[in-house]
Ligand binder design. Structure first.
Ligand code: HEM
Length: 164
């Protein structure tokens, strides 16, 4: 890519999004799901962060498949809205019908985004969801924890992905 083109596309990234620009792109990897009330499972995942020029928002899209059978599993999509003060607001709609409003912080010097649900809606048993993302050495990893009406907050998902 010509230097002029790179500069042009860098300029088009909104200043609010710039600190998180390492996330932008398509990531692929594998994860493991568990919870005290279910059997553990393994999945493959594709995850995308995209940005429309000059908009202070990152679009998020995630799809998973059963690692052994290849059957589609959970998917979700939403929007990440980082603020210049290091806080971030994320909305997510899940394929199960559950919706989340997440609030938290990012520290891209440490490569960490931490989210905690402020609202979980249209859920039969989920009471709280936390998500921690880490970017390090071109690898994106995350842990999702949840609390349900029967079980305290604890991990449900752990995955690690590489940028395509
Ligand atoms: C089970 C929520 C993401 C696959 C469950 C249960 C809940 C739940 C509430 C039932 C637990 C119980 O009965 O005590 C969520 C939430 C997610 C999420 C809130 C995201 C924040 C995923 C993803 C996958 C997945 C990404 C697949 C890659 C499963 C499976 C079960 C399960 C296979 C067991 C189902 C069964 O045995 O009936 N999840 N889940 N979940 N989840 Fe998730």
């Amino acid at each position: 890519m010509a230097a002029g083109t790179a500069n042009q596309s860098e300029k088009m990234v909104h200043p609010a999004v710039k600190p998180l620009s390492d996330l932008l792109g398509t990531w692929k990897g594998e994860g493991e799901g568990f919870f005290p009330t279910i059997s553990s499972f393994n999945y493959s995942e594709e995850l995308q962060f995209t940005h429309s020029p000059n908009k202070p928002v990152i679009a998020y899209y995630q799809k998973t498949w059963n690692l052994i059978s290849g059957q589609p599993m959970h998917s979700e999509s939403g929007y990440w809205r980082p603020k210049p003060d290091g806080t971030i607001e994320v909305v997510i709609a899940q394929s199960t019908g559950l919706v989340e409003v997440q609030k938290g912080t990012y520290d891209m010097k440490e490569g960490v985004v931490k989210l905690k649900s402020e609202l979980v809606g249209n859920a039969s048993k989920v009471k709280e969801i936390t998500r921690v993302f880490k970017v390090e050495n071109c690898e994106l990893s995350y842990v999702v924890e949840m609390a349900t009406s029967l079980t305290d907050l604890q991990p449900h998902l752990r995955a690690s992905l590489k940028k395509l």
